[in-house]
Design a protein around this ligand. Structure first.
Ligand code: SAM
Length: 227
C-alpha cells in the first residue's frame, strides 16, 4: 500500500518511523511518503493561504498548490484522496478496513479555516474523494487526524501486526467494545483477576468475555447497540 500525505507541517509525521508502522515501512509493507505542500508554491514566501472571499475570520488554503500537488501525486493511479475534515463522514473501524483494501491513498491535511472548496471538486476528477472526520470536535489541522487514520489503516495491512488473531478481538471489530484484559500477578494491590480467567475453561472464558463486551458497550457506548 502506498500512502502520500500532504501537509505544511511534515515533521508531525516523524513519529511514524516508530513501532509497528516504522517496521512495516522498513519491510516495504507500507510505502509512506510525506510531502510539504509549500514545495508546490512558486512565490518567494511559499504562500499557501489567503483571505476568504465573502469576509470572515481566518485564512483559507489556496487552491493552486493543492492542484499541483494532487496532479503530481495522483498520476494515473486513480487514488482514494482523503481530506481530514470536521465536516466529513466519521472515521470508524469499518472505514479503516475499507481504506486498507486500497492500493494508493493520498491524505491532504488542511490548516487555518480549511482548503478552498474547489480543490475537493477538482480532486474528484483524479480519484475518489472522501472527507473524513475523526470526531465531533475541531482540531487545528488535519495532521493529527491523518496520523490516527494511518495507524488504524496501516495495522490492518496484512503482515503489519504480527499475530492477525489480535486484530479480530479488538473493540469495534464486531460492533462491541473489547472485554477487559488482565496479566500477572493474579493479585495486585488487593485486586484479584476474575476467577473465570484462571479456570482454564475456554467456553466459560469466552462466555464471560462476551458478557463483558455487551455490558460495557451498554454502559459506555449504548449508541453502538442501537445502530
Ligand atoms: N473551518 C473548518 C470547519 O469548521 O469545518 C475547520 C477548520 S480546522 C481549524 C483546520 C483543519 O483541521 C481542517 O481543514 C481539517 O483538516 C482539520 N480538522 C479539524 N478538525 C478535524 C476533525 N474533527 N477531523 C478531521 N480533521 C479535522
Amino acid at each position: 500500500m502506498r500512502i502520500d500525505v500532504v501537509s505544511i507541517f511534515p515533521s508531525y509525521f516523524d513519529g511514524l518511523t516508530l513501532s509497528l508502522l516504522g517496521r512495516a515501512r522498513e519491510n516495504g509493507l507500507l510505502d509512506l511518503h510525506v510531502h510539504d505542500l509549500r514545495d508546490w508554491t512558486s512565490d518567494r514566501h511559499r504562500t499557501v493561504d489567503d483571505t476568504p472571499y465573502g469576509g470572515g475570520a481566518g485564512m483559507v488554503m489556496k487552491p493552486e498548490p493543492w492542484g499541483l500537488a494532487l496532479d503530481e501525486l495522483a498520476g494515473s493511479s486513480r487514488p482514494t484522496i482523503i481530506f481530514p475534515s470536521p465536516a466529513g463522514e466519521v472515521f470508524r473501524q469499518s472505514t479503516a478496513r475499507e481504506f486498507a483494501e486500497h492500493d494508493h491513498l493520498i491524505i491532504g491535511c488542511g490548516r487555518y479555516e480549511g482548503i478552498d472548496e474547489r480543490v475537493f471538486e477538482y480532486a474528484a476528477t483524479l480519484g475518489e474523494v472522501r472527507l473524513v472526520s475523526l470526531g465531533d470536535y475541531v482540531l487545528n489541522g488535519g495532521e493529527v487526524a491523518a496520523m490516527a487514520m494511518i495507524e488504524a489503516i496501516g495495522r490492518l495491512v496484512p503482515g503489519v501486526v504480527g499475530n492477525p488473531e489480535s486484530l479480530v478481538e479488538e473493540s469495534h471489530e464486531d460492533g462491541l467494545l473489547e472485554y477487559g484484559s488482565y496479566t500477572k500477578p493474579s493479585t495486585w494491590r488487593d485486586r484479584e483477576v476474575p476467577g473465570v480467567l484462571l479456570s482454564g475453561n475456554h467456553a466459560a472464558i469466552a462466555a464471560w468475555r462476551r458478557e463483558q463486551q455487551i455490558e460495557r458497550t451498554r454502559a459506555r457506548r449504548p449508541d453502538l447497540l442501537s445502530d
